[in-house]
Design a protein around this ligand. Structure first.
Ligand code: C5P
Length: 243
């Protein structure tokens, strides 16, 4: 488990490198010595693969590989193993992908992604609850009538039972999730926006300070930093606001 409590909030800001390889390399060079965590999502991973994760690790960064795995348990298990093998510090899977099945695997034979006997790296596994791009209306549209906060709680309880290391949720559910998981767990909150800035496709947004106050261990920020005229200055401004 990542000893996040020992780290300053600034060092717990994860910058999402949602761009192409050239842009990612340029940002990594610009961020050198300042940014401690980066996130590789589908955009970069699908174009550059595990080699790029290795490059980021060699650059001294902590790497969150956020592919939000969602498939049958066997496929998730094998895919998670590959992500562990490529050196990811944190990986994600969807809690809604069937954690009851996962629980069974974990409890009965420890043979799914949390198999500590056969893990390739010290990788933390976190479960995605309800995407921050969803609001209550969006949730109903896909047939989930449950109150959004209750749905996050429900998925968190299942994921906790399965033994994952934490959850991804919005800042608004971070307090509840922290309560469910306890002090050491990873509670990762995307959907971070400063007051007055564009929310883009996100629905449940909050500022960095609020997210940490609510119990987030890490916050994820993409476009507000990556699309700023000066990405390092944008990062530093947010970092200053959370001291
Ligand atoms: O650009 P922005 O700050 O909105 O990016 C947020 C990042 O966090 C994206 O890379 C997205 O994949 C990720 N994410 C999210 N909501 C989740 C889980 C991950 O926005 N629930």
């Amino acid at each position: 488990m990542i000893d996040w409590q020992a780290q300053a909030k600034k060092d717990r800001i994860i910058v999402a490198l949602d761009c192409d390889k050239a842009c990612a390399i340029q940002k990594v060079q610009q961020f050198e010595g300042q940014v401690k965590w980066v996130k590789v999502g589908m955009t970069l991973f699908f174009s550059e693969g595990p080699e790029f994760v290795a490059y980021l690790k060699e650059s001294g960064l902590n790497v969150f590989v956020d592919l939000k795995l969602y498939d049958i348990p066997n496929q998730v298990k094998l895919a998670a193993r590959e992500l562990m093998r490529c050196g990811a510090d944190i990986i994600t899977l969807h809690a809604s992908g069937g954690l009851e099945t996962t629980c069974k695997y974990v409890e009965e034979n420890r043979s799914l992604f949390l198999d500590r006997f056969d893990s390739f790296a010290d990788t933390s596994v976190v479960a995605v609850s309800v995407l921050t791009s969803f609001d209550q209306v969006g949730l109903c549209q896909i047939g989930i009538e449950n109150d959004l906060a209750n749905q996050v709680d429900k998925l968190s309880l299942l994921a906790k039972e399965a033994g994952v290391d934490g959850m991804v949720c919005s800042a608004f559910e971070a307090k509840d999730v922290r309560q469910i998981f306890g002090d050491d767990a990873l509670v990762i909150t995307p959907g971070i926006r400063s007051a007055g800035s564009s929310v883009q496709d996100q629905k449940r947004v909050a500022d960095a300070n609020f997210a940490f106050e609510q119990g987030a261990s890490h916050i994820v920020i993409g476009r507000p930093i990556m699309q700023a005229n000066d990405s390092l200055a944008a990062f530093e401004e947010i970092a200053k606001s959370v001291v």
